[in-house]
Design a protein. Sequence first.
Length: 127
Amino acid sequence: MTRPLRLSALLFACLLSAIGAGVAHAADDTDSSQNLRAQARSIRKAAEADFAQRESGCYDRFRVNACLDDVREDRTAQMQTARKLEARANRIDRGERIKAMEARLREAEERRARPTPVPLVPLPGNQ
């Protein structure tokens, strides 16, 4: 019983890491930070659900602590995948904020470089 469960957990972790690696390469071109955050949330949710299910099964075994350690280790691996996606989303957001700030600075420089028109108002006594 322990072997199939461990094998399925290992396969699940490998699947998530493969998906995360594929997403990491595609994220530069097509994914937005919101999509990456949504994927990270779904990975976290799946990891927590898997952890809760497997954790309760550990208490039926003789080697409870070893089973719990394995389950925690698998959850940690899944969470690291989610963290990598969130870090990529943060980098995308930071890049967008930097571009917006640079655009605002360029606009301010252009405004300062332009001469301000002086209105021609007749002096009060020259009419």
